[in-house]
Design a protein. Structure first.
Length: 413
C-alpha cells in the first residue's frame, strides 16, 4: 500500500469514526459549573493504568497528551475508544443514578520514512453533561409533579495534528498543534401538574448556548529509554484562548446573541516514568499539572461560569503484565493484565470555595491482535468524586471501556 493510499484510507476511517461515535459521557452534577469535567486525553489503556502513559515505550501506546508516545511504533496505526458508565449521586437524603455512553478518542498514526511519524487525533476536552431535577414549591396539590429540570449537553472537542521523530532505538521527540472547540448548552425546563396549571403556572423553558470557536494551542513532548529498564517522558502544552458566541433564548422565544465573550484554557505540563520490574511486569507513574487559576471566562453573563478555579496536580500509578508474544503463544498467556489508581483534583471549587477531588480504581486487559498487529483493550473502573462532608454532594460511578489499536496488516496476511 502506498503512502498516499495509507493517508486517504486512514483519513476516511478517521472521519467515519468521528461522525459515528457518541460524544456523551456518564453525566455528573459537578459538571454543571465552568467547562464541566476536564479530560486529559488518555486512551482506555492509559486510563486502566491509573491515567499513565507519558513515559511508556510501547508500540500500542496511543496517549495523545504526549505527542511523542506513538513514535516508537514502526507500523501505521488506527485507534478508537468507546466507553459506558453508570453514576450514583447522593446529597445524604436522595440518591439518583444515570447511565450514558461516550467517546474516549479516535486517531491515526502514519509511520513515514526516516523515523518520522504523523499523528491525527480527536479526543473530548470537556464534558459538561448533567441533569438536575428539583421540586418547585407552588402551594397546590400534586406538587411532586411540579418540577424544575436543568440539563447540560454537548462539550468541547480537541483536534490534534502532530509530527514525531525517533532518533534511534532509545529516544524520540514530538510536537503538535491542537484546536479546541465546541458548544456548551444549558437548558432549564419547568413542568407543572394540572393543579398548578389551573392556578396560572405554565410550562416553559430557556436555553443558553455558548459556541466556543477554535482555541489554538501548541504542544511538545519527549520520550526516552534512560536505562535498559527505565523510560521517561514528558510534555508541555501552551495556554489557548477562544472567542465565544453566547446565545440566550428565554421563555417567550426571544433570542439574544452576544459575541464579545472569551474562554482561556490552561497551560499544562507533565512527566511520567515506566520501570520494568521483571521481564514481564512494568510499573508506570504520571504527574500532570494545569495552571487553571489563570484560565476561565470573560464577558459571559452566566454566573455559574464565574472563575472559582484552582491549579491542579493529578497523579496516577499503574501495573501491567507485559508478556512476550510470539506466533505460537497461547491466547491466555499473551494477554496483558492491568491495574491502576488515579487521584484527580477538579479545577473547580464549590460554592463555599472548597476543592472537589476524585479518585479512581481500575483494572483491565489488553488482548493482542496476532503478533505486533495491535491490541483490543478492556477496562472496568470504580471511582468517587466529591464528598458529603466537604461539598454536600458525593458521586460514585462504574465505567467500562473498550478500545482498539490496529496496525496496518501486510499483504501476506
Amino acid at each position: 500500500m502506498t503512502a498516499r493510499r495509507q493517508i486517504v484510507t486512514g483519513a476516511a476511517l478517521l472521519i467515519a469514526a468521528w461522525l459515528a461515535a457518541p460524544a456523551v459521557r456518564a453525566e455528573s452534577v459537578f459538571a454543571r459549573e465552568g467547562l464541566g469535567e476536564w479530560l486529559e486525553g488518555y486512551d482506555v489503556r492509559g486510563e486502566t493504568l491509573g491515567s499513565t502513559g507519558l513515559g511508556v515505550i510501547d508500540p500500542n501506546n496511543f496517549c495523545t497528551i504526549n505527542p511523542a508516545t506513538t513514535a516508537f511504533s514502526q507500523n501505521t496505526l488506527a485507534h478508537f475508544g468507546l466507553g459506558s458508565g453508570v453514576r450514583w449521586t447522593t446529597d445524604d437524603v436522595n440518591t439518583t443514578h444515570r447511565a450514558a455512553t461516550y467517546l474516549t478518542g479516535t486517531g491515526l498514526y502514519l509511520a513515514l520514512p526516516s523515523h518520522l511519524g504523523v499523528r491525527l487525533a480527536m479526543t473530548p476536552a470537556s464534558d459538561p453533561t448533567y441533569r438536575l431535577e428539583t421540586t418547585v414549591v407552588t402551594g397546590w396539590e400534586g406538587r411532586e409533579e411540579d418540577v424544575r429540570r436543568e440539563e447540560g449537553s454537548r462539550g468541547l472537542l480537541r483536534y490534534e495534528a502532530g509530527l514525531s521523530w525517533r532518533g534511534g532505538a532509545n529516544w524520540a521527540l514530538g510536537g503538535g498543534i491542537g484546536l479546541t472547540a465546541g458548544t456548551l448548552r444549558d437548558k432549564t425546563l419547568y413542568a407543572f401538574g394540572d393543579s398548578a396549571e389551573d392556578h396560572g403556572y405554565a410550562d416553559g423553558s430557556d436555553l443558553r448556548r455558548l459556541l466556543v470557536k477554535p482555541a489554538v494551542s501548541f504542544s511538545a513532548g519527549a520520550l526516552l529509554r534512560a536505562l535498559p529498564r527505565l523510560s521517561l517522558g514528558g510534555f508541555l502544552t501552551t495556554a489557548a484562548s477562544g472567542d465565544i458566541e453566547e446565545t440566550y433564548q428565554g421563555f417567550g422565544a426571544t433570542e439574544t446573541t452576544v459575541d464579545t465573550a472569551r474562554v482561556d484554557l490552561p497551560f499544562g505540563l507533565g512527566g511520567g516514568a515506566a520501570v520494568q520490574l521483571t521481564n514481564d511486569l512494568r510499573l508506570s507513574a504520571d504527574l500532570v499539572w494545569r495552571r487553571w487559576e489563570e484560565a476561565g471566562f470573560a464577558g459571559v453573563s452566566d454566573a455559574r461560569l464565574a472563575p472559582r478555579f484552582r491549579n491542579t496536580l493529578r497523579w496516577g500509578v499503574g501495573l501491567e503484565r507485559v508478556p512476550v508474544v510470539e506466533k505460537t503463544t497461547p491466547l491466555l498467556r499473551s494477554i496483558s493484565w492491568r491495574a491502576g489508581f488515579a487521584m484527580i483534583p477538579w479545577y473547580l471549587r464549590d460554592r463555599d470555595g472548597d476543592g472537589i477531588d476524585e479518585w479512581r480504581l481500575s483494572a483491565g486487559a489488553g488482548i493482542p491482535i496476532r503478533q505486533n498487529r495491535g491490541s483490543i483493550d478492556l477496562m472496568l473502573a470504580y471511582g468517587r468524586r466529591g464528598s458529603l462532608a466537604a461539598n454536600g454532594l458525593e458521586e460514585t460511578y462504574f465505567r467500562f471501556g473498550l478500545a482498539g489499536t490496529f496496525a496496518r496488516v501486510l499483504r501476506e496476511y
